[in-house]
Ligand binder design. Structure first.
Ligand code: FBP
Length: 253
């Protein structure tokens, strides 16, 4: 088993996701959050276990920040991605960065999205298998975004398909799978059970009220997931650090 301690705290994890500029475009951002430096400050001051960047942002921002120079905010590099401009029913996100490049940028972990059920699923599982091989040879953990999508997936939020996706992550050798919240604590318990020794983190999703978001955080912990990988709910919040503090009390207590 790969050591997860560089990106977890007592086995729990809170990651700050910031690949939305590629996945959704700058419409997710305001005048502050469009600047990756703002995200690094939240990551460092909030005490996140890692920030998640694509290669380009990591190259231009991660090494130069005074907050990260001392290694206070670990980096996870997202190795693949796509825009939402291509409306193909069956998505594919190509590999854009290698494990070796990510390590050169200071990554303590690498991420990769698999669109489970897509016509191009086999290309992504094959690429991810290579990622696991290279990452584990270097002793760094892999995080698989397991997102059911495509013509074969009528309902991407179907809890059984999300559990299937988390199981696939275990089968492929992911150390952590990142899944979308499957609607209830009971459903998430099944997702966690299906993942076995692969740990589960839950993504934040589109911004909701602070109460709703924190309530989801509590259910995530109760269901046995190790934490969350959240973006918009934190950096679109008017006071990201106050919300982070509340979320950390839930996840790490
Ligand atoms: P959010 O917390 O902002 O939802 O981020 C989680 C995440 O997985 C990001 O890493 C990614 O950019 C985005 O969601 C992808 O969401 P989708 O494929 O649903 O548009």
């Amino acid at each position: 088993m790969v050591d997860l301690s560089a990106i977890t705290t007592n086995g729990k994890a809170l990651f700050l996701a910031y690949d939305q500029g590629m996945e959704h475009g700058p419409s997710d951002f305001n005048d502050e959050s469009i600047d990756p430096q703002y995200i690094l400050e939240i990551g460092a001051k909030g005490g996140f276990n890692a920030v998640i960047f694509q290669k380009g942002i990591a190259e231009k921002y991660y090494p130069s920040t005074r907050f990260t120079r001392s290694g206070q905010v670990p980096l996870i590099v997202k190795l693949n991605g796509k825009t939402n401009l291509v409306k193909d029913k069956d998505p594919y996100a190509p590999l854009l960065c290698t494990v070796e490049e990510a390590l050169g940028l200071g990554a303590k972990g690498v991420g990769y999205t698999i669109y489970v059920g897509s016509e191009f699923e086999s290309s992504m599982t094959r690429e991810f298998a290579d990622v696991v091989r290279s990452a584990h040879a270097k002793g760094i953990p892999t995080i698989a975004w397991m997102y059911p999508r495509g013509r074969n997936v009528p309902n991407p939020k179907d809890p059984q398909i999300i559990a299937y996706a988390s199981r696939l992550g275990l089968e492929l050798g992911a150390d952590i799978v990142k899944v979308q919240y499957p609607g209830s604590k009971e459903n998430l318990q099944k997702v966690v059970e299906a993942a076995g020794k692969t740990r589960v983190v839950v993504s934040g999703g589109a911004k909701e009220s602070e109460e709703e978001f924190l309530a989801m955080g509590r259910l995530v912990v109760e269901a046995g997931a190790i934490g969350m990988a959240v973006g918009r709910n934190i950096w679109q919040h008017k006071n990201p650090l106050s919300l982070t503090k509340k979320l950390k009390e839930i996840i790490f207590s």
